[in-house]
Design a protein around this ligand. Structure first.
Ligand code: BG6
Length: 510
């Protein structure tokens, strides 16, 4: 074990104490991919820098590249320098990098997995990883069976004594209910369900966790959080970027499978669920499962869904190309880059309250928010002209990028008349707290090492989400005439506005 490690646990009042991972290591499959470089490697460094990783921590990359340990270390170094959130510390880096190893091989190669097993055993000895290893699958689902089978064959899936072995799975978790069930079967055949950590990185975001604090730590909102007061809920995840270099992944998948099936339905679940008996993983899951089971699609899917594909346009002063012109995309692709869907939640709390979910690439700006829009006051003792500029009250959870909460309500305009107009009351993380929010992946990787499953959707949640989305996908697949285009930099296709207009509502323009 290296000797120059400074134990960060000096102050017994240090709140980090219970959240520091024990001896352990992570093996990343798909380590040469974008996710690994932009998110995983920086997050691991940031955790180390915050003193949350144990001295005996190891990171092993597995890929086909002909790299030595030093080459791998250089790749991680460059990724950390470019994308890490916290400042670079030579000392932290040096200690962390002593635990880096690279194993070359393809997934079908028995020898490579035997080398991996030998490498991990060696790390247990020289680095003190204690036989505790997480296998991070940043690979296409098609590769899961062979990697799982290799982990089983090489004995890597079987911990001895107090050791643990966990598997971390990136989305997409299947492309419909049947494939998700099949995948769950394959994974559960090798790892018990408590060792399976499915990543939905939205659940690792501070603002998403704050939804639970907002709802269940306060008295203010609960009495009005129901169909008596709420008119509807809009959940928006808008991106200004296009598909970048992800044509291979994205085409044929589309916005609904990429984002609604996981991130947006999880946001819906946290917004709509009942108070859990406790925040134990099982209780949280019970409530999320209950609400996802109660989600219903309206009968007429033509009227209650919309989809579109970005055409060329202007974004941030730059001319951008359309989806069909992106490299690697077939000119006749009907994959949607924008999706909107109206859902109902059949519970006493939410009866008749629509939840509108929308997501899209190359929209007006990058913003994710949950807007709870309230009914108008039943009676307004003002003249019509005095309230012409009064909208509906709304509570908006700003997930990103300007994290916080906004309450919109009517206020008197200064002056002699009783004119009422919408104003905003804002809470902003940046102003209220000095510490910056950790990246979602920091939180989630640490939770994997700690064996804390609360923020990881279980198989049942994943399957229920596909159950909700499958009929929409089937409906779109039956539609003739292709997919609507929308100009890059706008707020999506006209059909999405028409979908809201049919209900007498409009989308928010965040
Ligand atoms: C991913 C999607 O899950 O989330 C991407 O696959 C999307 O298409 C990304 O760009 C957005 O994440 P974030 O954290 O930047 O909102």
């Amino acid at each position: 074990m290296p000797t120059d490690y400074v134990n960060p646990l000096r102050d017994p009042r240090d709140k980090r104490l219970p959240r520091i991972a024990g001896p352990s290591g992570i093996v990343i499959f798909g380590v040469t991919g974008d996710l690994s470089r932009k998110k995983l490697m920086p997050a691991i460094y940031d955790l180390a820098n915050r003193g949350l990783l144990p001295p005996g921590f190891a990171l092993v990359g597995f890929a086909r590249r002909d790299w030595a340990n030093e080459d791998f270390s250089k790749v991680v170094h460059d990724a950390v320098r470019e994308y890490a959130r916290t400042p670079f510390s030579e000392e932290v880096w040096r200690h962390l990098a002593e635990g880096f190893r690279f194993v070359q091989g393809s997934f079908g190669d028995d020898d490579a997995f035997d080398t991996l097993a030998a490498t991990l055993a060696d790390l247990d000895r020289v680095r003190g990883t204690g036989g505790n290893h997480a296998f991070y699958f940043s690979i296409p689902p098609g590769a899961f069976p062979v990697v799982l089978q290799q982990l089983r064959r090489s004995g890597l899936a079987d911990p001895h004594g107090d050791e643990w072995r966990r598997v971390v799975i990136e989305k997409p978790f299947g492309h419909d209910l049947a494939s998700a069930q099949e995948l769950n079967g394959i994974v559960n055949d090798v790892f018990p369900s408590e060792s399976v950590f499915r990543i939905d990185h939205y659940l690792g975001k501070e603002t998403v966790q704050n939804l639970l604090a907002l709802r269940f730590a306060n008295q203010l909102y609960e009495p009005i959080w129901n169909a008596n007061y709420v008119d509807h809920v809009q959940i928006t995840m808008a991106e200004d970027i296009g598909i970048g270099g992800r044509a291979g992944y994205y085409d044929g998948i589309g916005a609904a499978r990429d984002v609604i099936q996981n991130h947006l339905l999880q946001l819906l679940a946290l917004t709509a669920m009942e108070e859990p008996v406790s925040f134990s993983p099982a209780q949280l899951r019970t409530e999320k499962v209950k609400v996802l089971s109660a989600v219903r699609l309206p009968a007429d899917l033509s009227a209650s869904t919309a989809r579109g594909q970005y055409a060329g346009g202007w974004q941030g002063g730059q001319k951008v190309i359309g989806y069909l012109q992106e490299e690697g995309i077939s000119r006749s692709s009907t994959t949607e880059t924008y999706a909107a869907v109206k859902l109902l939640v059949d519970t006493r709390r939410w009866a008749g309250v629509p939840f509108y979910l929308r997501t899209g690439k190359r929209l007006g700006k990058r913003v994710t928010e949950i807007a709870v829009v309230f009914k108008r006051a039943p009676h307004l003792p003002f003249s019509y002209t005095d309230t012409e500029e009064l909208g509906s009250n709304a509570l908006v959870i700003r997930v990103q990028p300007d994290e916080g909460v906004t309450i919109r309500f009517g206020s008197k305009v200064p002056g002699p008349a009783m004119e009422v107009r919408d104003v905003n009351m804002d809470f902003s993380y940046g102003q209220s707290f000095t510490e910056a929010s950790p990246e979602a992946y920091e939180r989630l990787i640490l939770d994997v090492l700690l064996g804390e499953p609360s923020l990881f959707p279980q198989d049942e949640e994943v399957e229920l989400s596909w159950r909700i989305l499958d009929p929409v996908e089937a409906h779109w697949a039956r539609q003739r005439g292709g997919v609507d285009q929308y100009v890059s930099g706008t707020w999506g296709p006209a059909s999405a506005d028409a979908m809201m207009a049919r209900d007498g509502r409009t989308w928010r323009r965040p």
